[in-house]
Design a protein around this ligand. Sequence first.
Ligand SMILES: NC(=O)c1ccc[n+]([C@@H]2O[C@H](COP(=O)([O-])OP(=O)(O)OC[C@H]3O[C@@H](n4cnc5c(N)ncnc54)[C@H](OP(=O)(O)O)[C@@H]3O)[C@@H](O)[C@H]2O)c1
Length: 348
Amino acid sequence: MRDQVRVVLYGVGAIGRMVAQHLLRRKGYIIVGAIDIDKEIIGRDLGNVVGIKATIGVEVTDMVDDLLGSVKADVVIHATSSYLKDTYPQIMRCINAGLNVVSTCEELSYPWLKYPELASKIDRAALEKDVTVLGTGINPGFLMDTLPIVLTAPCLRIDSVKVTRMMYSGDRRISYQKKIGTGLSKKEFEEKIKTKEITGHVGFFESIAQVASALGWSIEEIVELPPEPVIAERELKTTYLIVKPGQVAGLRSIAYGVVNGKKVITLEFISHAGIEEPYDEVIIEGEPTIKERIIGGIHGDIGTVAMIINIIPKVLAARPGLLTMKDIISISASLGDVRIHLPRARLY
Ligand SMILES: NC(=O)c1ccc[n+]([C@@H]2O[C@H](COP(=O)([O-])OP(=O)(O)OC[C@H]3O[C@@H](n4cnc5c(N)ncnc54)[C@H](OP(=O)(O)O)[C@@H]3O)[C@@H](O)[C@H]2O)c1
C-alpha cells in the first residue's frame, strides 16, 4: 500500500484552488508542490492562497523546472488553459520529470483528431517515461462524452446521439461567467467572440471526436456554429455580477458530427444566468432508444473538481501513455468493424 498520493498542482486558479481545498480534506493525499505564474500568489503558502487558516509548508512557485526536478510526486493536477498549444510544453515538462498528469485542458481530452502530431509526441514521451496523461473534467470529460458513451452500451443500433446541457451559470466561478459573456452588450459579445477574447464552451470538437471513436464511427466532419448570445429579459443577479435587461445573460452553442453525410452526433450547450430548470440530457435514437435526463443538471465546478480527484487512483493504476476517458471506462456500443478494435493475437 502507498503511504500517501503525492500531488503537485500546476495552475492555482479557480479550479486548482478548489481541488486543493478538497484534497487537503481527503485521506491519503498530500500536496507537495504548487506552480502558477500569477504574481499575486507566487511565494505565498498554498494554505493561505486557498483560504484555510493553517500554512501547509508549500509555497506557490513559478520556477517550474526547479520544482519538478526536485519534488517527489506521483501526479500533477494541471489546470492552466483550455488550449493544447499553450499546455503542450507544460505537460511535456511534467512527463519529462516522470510524473503522471491529470489535466483540465479541454483540447487534451481527445487531441488525436485536431492535433495528431502533438498527441503522438505526448503519447510517446509518456510511454518512454512510464507515466499516464489524461485530459478530463465535467465537460469535456464526462457529460458530453463519457456519459453518452456509457449509455450506448446496451444499444444494438444507433441512428443518432444528442446531448443537451441546459446550465444555470449564475453560481459558476467568475472566469466561467466571463467566458460566456455575462453582462456584456450584444455588440460587445459579438466582437469578443470574433476576436476570441471570450470563447464560450471549449470541447465540442473533442467530445464529438471521442464519442465517434468509441462507437467505431468514422467521422467526416465536425461543425461548431458560432455561439449566440442569450439576452436577459429581466434583471438577473449572479454570485459576481448584475445583468440588466437587454444585456447578455449567457450563450447558446451547437455543434454536430457528420457520418455518411448525416448529422449523427449533436451537442447543444445553453448556459445563462436566467435558466430556471437546468438539466443535462442524453438522447440516443436507435435500438433501443435511450433517453436520460439529470434533473437540476450537474454543477460544472463541483463536477470538474470531483472528476479530477476521483480519477486520480484510476490514472495511477492505468497503463502508461496518453489516455482519453474512453480508455478508462471501456464500455460502450461498438458499431464499427470489430476486427479493428481487437489485438491480432485474440482473433483465431
Ligand atoms: N474540462 C472541463 O470540464 C473543465 C472544467 C473547468 C475548467 N476547465 C479549464 O481549466 C482551465 C483552468 O480553469 P480555471 O477556472 O481554474 O482558470 P483560471 O482561474 O484562469 O486559473 C488558471 C491559473 O493558471 C495560471 N496559469 C496560466 N498559464 C500558466 C502557466 N503557463 N504556468 C503556470 N500557471 C499558469 C493562471 O495564472 P494567470 O491568472 O496569471 O494567467 C491562473 O492562476 C481553464 O482553461 C478552463 O477552461 C476545464
